[in-house]
Design a protein around this ligand. Structure first.
Ligand SMILES: [Fe+2]
Ligand SMILES: [Fe+2]
Length: 305
């Protein structure tokens, strides 16, 4: 199939607003994402979270999960104070995105999707820390939303995207490759457009755009490279999209890795095998957290609310 004109895709993305079942706090939250965290008042965040009982409950569960090392946070205010504005707003965005699409429109298994997204957020952040990337929260968020295009495709191109997943599963192939063949675009394109549509920082759009191929953008920055590598690592560690992919990956020879090593020489000293094992060890915690927050019971509760 021929590539879809970008203008046509952009028009479709706008339709998402009317189909979306996103909670009312998504819009003020997106406005808040554009501000530096020192300009945001704790009370404002608490008020926003408390507006939505389901989000407030999920926020507390996540704040109390072992992943964040907090076990006794009982109020939303305490959670915001303990975790900090940056972490809380990333967390909130994840929770809101979970409800962006109607439950019957999910194509991927939502739990697999959130395991992958949260896993990628954490791995991107860990890797960012290793190389002393200056904004760890930005790294976390970029990992969390890199596959936003899947949400758009699930709603706007439901049947076509479903067919892509069926073929990718059958062939054990990367989903983005099959999307290109069948739809003429991939979740990377729609992900970037959705980031733009929602007014998120340009860097997030860029990392969504080239997270499967950093050579797509001649100016791919470190964030895009980190997200690309984290996405690969997660998919290699069975935190993919819910089906087995056959992946021949040599991370040390990856373009993103080579690009990063030039900017951050500390990366060259990193033991990739050890790092992969590290992530492997963190997987039970990641999956337990995602299941407790985005798990089947919660998804059913959200669907009936
Ligand atoms: Fe992807
Ligand atoms: Fe991904």
């Amino acid at each position: 199939m021929n590539a879809k004109p970008q203008s046509q895709l952009k028009e479709q993305i706008k339709k998402l607003d009317s189909i979306s079942t996103a909670p009312a706090i998504l819009k003020p939250l997106l406005d808040m994402m554009r501000l530096p965290s020192d300009q945001i008042k704790v009370e404002k965040v608490v008020e926003m979270i408390s507006f939505d009982g389901s989000i407030a409950a999920q926020c507390l569960r996540l704040a109390n999960s072992p992943l964040y090392g907090r076990r006794e946070t009982e109020t939303v205010r305490a959670a915001v104070m303990a975790l900090g504005i940056d972490r809380v707003r990333s967390m909130l965005l994840g929770l809101c995105l979970n409800r962006v699409i109607p439950q019957d429109k999910w194509v991927l298994d939502p739990i697999a999707f959130w395991r992958h997204s949260l896993g990628c957020a954490l791995v991107t952040q860990r890797m960012a820390k290793k190389i002393e990337y200056p904004d760890l929260e930005k790294a976390y968020l970029a990992g969390l939303i890199h596959d936003l295009g899947f949400l758009a495709n699930s709603v706007l191109y439901h049947d076509g995207f479903k067919e892509c997943l069926r073929l990718a599963t059958e062939q054990h192939a990367p989903l983005n490759v099959i999307e290109e063949q069948i739809l003429g675009f991939s979740h990377c394109d729609t992900g970037q457009m959705l980031c733009e549509h929602w007014g998120l920082s340009k860097e997030f759009g860029e990392s969504a755009r080239c997270h499967h191929d950093v050579s797509l953008l001649p100016t791919a920055g470190p964030l895009a490279c980190l997200v690309h590598l984290s996405d690969l690592l997660c998919r290699m560690q069975y935190l993919g999209y819910g089906y087995d992919e056959i992946m021949g990956v040599d991370l040390g020879r990856d373009v993103a890795w080579e690009t990063l090593v030039i900017t951050y020489p500390a990366l060259a000293k990193m033991d990739l095998i050890r790092f992969t094992l590290d992530i492997d060890g963190a997987m039970p915690e990641i999956t337990a957290t995602v299941d407790s927050v985005f798990g089947a019971k919660q998804m059913a509760a959200v669907a009936s609310s």
